[in-house]
Design a protein around this ligand. Structure first.
Ligand SMILES: Nc1ncnc2c1ncn2[C@@H]1O[C@H](COP(=O)(O)OP(=O)(O)OP(=O)(O)O)[C@@H](O)[C@H]1O
Ligand SMILES: [Mg+2]
Length: 459
């Protein structure tokens, strides 16, 4: 049963509140001054204190300060006889959950009491960040049996020079796994180059990978060294290999078989020593049947294949992942969130996460922007109903919705968070819409390419 302490020098006030709350099933204690109240709090550990501001000897705000010093988890609702905003603001600043202006009706009191008790219950069941290492950079997180198995496979294959095909749904961590293979390989001192085969148009991809000779095509004013040549001794990560054209697939096959290729427009055969790690979220076997993926390349790539399990099949990892991302974004957003409530964690576990770890990461980041308390709560996550903004009839409506979200709880810093979120979102979409072409994306956004590069964090 939740315990509530009522503190007021007017005994009648104490008794009437006590009776009301007892009838609601609470265990209610009373005190008529601050000193008694502090001693009861020490010994009986109530969940909630309802306290008058004006009391002889120690006034309510002073007692509130002391409670928050020694028992920060205890919720406090202050009562004032006059609606002096100054006292109310001071009380909230000192950490009160809420305040009531006397005289108040029973309903108003009960709503606040129930809210404070709920907040207190949620605080009791929080997941803190203590167990998890500090964020020192990207790493693979998760201790589910499925992930332990992945670590074993990475550990076995990394030191060999074998070609590896990493499979898994979007956002499941394929690139992270590729980087881990590189990190633990003999080639870790040599370069790692990642190429997203889906993001680059075919002719550009070909010149990126193999380079070209001067005069190979109009505009080829100088010789260009391709990734396979630059990366000799290192590792090339071919991301989204299922999106590669059949022509290029043949050239990749030759690199795998003989380590040989020619630059575009050149006749000299160049030898290179690269390890290829490839990734795809496509069903390559079906593509082979449909004639969209070369069978010989498929067998060459598939020598060792690592399949990352989707997040919904390893929900036990969500707790550790959430804690890891909170640490990551505490650092990036300059926040100090201490953990997540059990209720919010359960909510995260119920979701199906079709976008896998990336979706979870984005969700935590956005929830942290909206979170105004020490722990990420279900309310912070529910604020994420941003789809609403997408369906607004006008720009004014959309802005109004954003402003309301930013002003919720009166936190002005959110305005800045919101601005940077909108900007990042627009830049990201512009890059997607122009398929990664910075010149076109900058034009779309009406900014210079240099400014775009800065916003993309490239400078
Ligand atoms: N197990 C994990 N631990 C920590 N972070 C992870 C984990 N898996 C994925 N991530 C993070 O989630 C995001 C997506 O991961 P990654 O880019 O490796 O996925 P992907 O499978 O390559 O996705 P896509 O198919 O969309 O390219 C990254 O920010 C990555 O750091
Ligand atoms: Mg990827």
């Amino acid at each position: 049963m939740n315990k509530i302490l009522v503190v007021d020098d007017q005994k009648t006030v104490c008794y009437s509140i006590q009776r009301l709350l007892q009838s609601e099933g609470y265990d209610v204690l009373t005190a008529s001054n601050g000193t008694d109240a502090l001693s009861i709090i020490n010994h009986k550990k109530p969940d909630l204190v309802i306290m008058d501001v004006r009391m002889p000897e120690m006034d309510g705000l002073e007692v509130l300060g002391k409670i928050k010093e020694s028992h920060p988890d205890v919720q406090v609702i202050m009562m004032t006889a006059f609606s002096t905003t100054e006292k109310a603001i001071q009380a909230m600043k000192l950490g009160a959950y809420d305040y009531l202006t006397k005289p108040f009706d029973n309903n108003g009191l009960l709503i606040r009491v129930n809210g404070a008790i709920k907040a207190r219950d949620l605080m009791k069941e929080v997941v803190t960040l203590d167990e998890i290492e500090d964020y020192e950079g990207e790493r693979i997180v998760g201790k589910s049996p499925a992930m332990l198995n992945i670590y074993k496979q990475i550990g076995k294959v990394a030191p060999t020079d074998a070609t590896v095909l990493i499979r898994g749904e979007s956002g499941a961590g394929k690139e992270l796994a590729a980087r881990a293979i590189y990190h633990y390989s003999k080639r870790s001192a040599k370069p790692f180059l990642a190429i997203n085969c889906a993001a680059i148009p075919e002719h550009l991809l070909e010149s990126e990978l193999f380079g070209y000779e001067r005069g190979a095509f109009t505009g080829a004013d100088f010789k260009k060294i391709g990734k396979f040549e630059q990366c000799s001794g290192g590792t090339v990560f071919l991301d989204e290999i299922g999106d590669m054209s059949l022509g290029l697939q043949a050239k990749i096959l030759r690199i795998l078989q003989d380590g040989a290729f020619e630059r575009l427009g050149g006749s000299e055969t160049i030898k290179t020593d690269v390890r290829i790690v490839a990734a795809t979220n496509k069903h390559l076997e079906d593509m082979v049947k449909e004639g969209l993926f070369r069978e010989d390349l498929y067998y060459r790539l598939n020598v060792v294949s690592i399949s990352l399990p989707p997040l919904r099949e390893r929900k036990e990892d969500i707790k550790e992942l959430a804690a890891y991302f909170i640490k990551k974004f505490n650092r990036k957003l300059g926040k100090n969130i201490k953990g997540i409530t059990q209720e919010a964690l359960e909510g995260l576990k119920e979701h199906s996460w079709t976008g896998n770890v990336r979706e979870l990461e984005n969700t935590i980041q956005k929830a942290m922007v909206f979170c105004n308390s020490d722990y990420l709560s279900i309310e912070c996550c529910e604020n994420l109903n941003l789809q609403k903004i997408g369906s607004c009839a006008s720009v004014e409506d959309a802005i109004e919705n954003l402003v309301n979200l930013a002003f919720k709880d009166g936190c002005h810093e959110r305005f800045q968070d919101m601005m940077s979120m909108i900007e990042k979102g627009m830049v990201k979409r512009a890059m997607e819409l122009t398929k990664g072409n910075q010149v076109h994306a900058a034009k779309l956004l009406g900014i210079s390419r240099n400014t775009l590069r800065k916003k993309l964090g490239e400078e």
